[in-house]
Design a binder for this molecule. Sequence first.
Ligand code: AMP
Length: 221
Amino acid sequence: MALKLVMLGPPGAGKGTQARTFAAAMRIPHISTGDMLREAVAAGTEIGMRAKAVMEQGKLVSDEIMVGVVRERLAKSDARSGFVLDGFPRTVPQAKALDAIVAGGDPLVVVDIAVADDELVHRLTSRRVCSQCGTNAAVPAPGEPLPVRCAVCGGALTQRADDREEVIRERLRVYARDTRPLLDYYRDLPTFRAVNGAQAPEAVARDLASAVDAAIGAGAA
Ligand code: AMP
């Protein structure tokens, strides 16, 4: 069967890091709508130009644009063997549109990575991303110095435009209002699981893999 994994969780939960590693291990595409939008902004496409200001304010790009972007991406041949969706859906209308896109195929597996708010603000304000390979640097403990170079490729680390404190607060507000309701939307699925994201990345990865296995078993039953 094709693994169609949706990763949920607030900004800073470690979704992106986990989704990227898990997708690589499973040899299925990692589809991050945030990455796709940042690429569109960098390339200056029409969608990028429309999304730029919205993203910099920590608000959500419209459902109409996002559903179009994801529908097109999932229609590509590499997504036929499965995918890991990271950052989509972010609203209930997006979730309903996704259900329609995948209808008739293997069930969605939905995993929520849960982390408390205080920890999220710390992680997001200290998040640094490699400008060359896109890897997120490990978050230092409070009071420890921030890393400057990427541990994977040595590239310069940068801060995302939307990782400034006031934008982070807005993103967490938007998450609570628009995205957290998705938990109620998915909670009753036999293929829904929650994972504790307040652990070391390796422990989260282990729990994620077991959660996906258990969900697939429940979905096939
Ligand atoms: P992310 O990298 O997932 O944190 O996304 C960065 C920003 O891109 C978000 O704060 C939104 O402005 C925008 N974005 C990404 N995915 C979506 C989505 N599914 N719906 C609306 N906006 C999105």
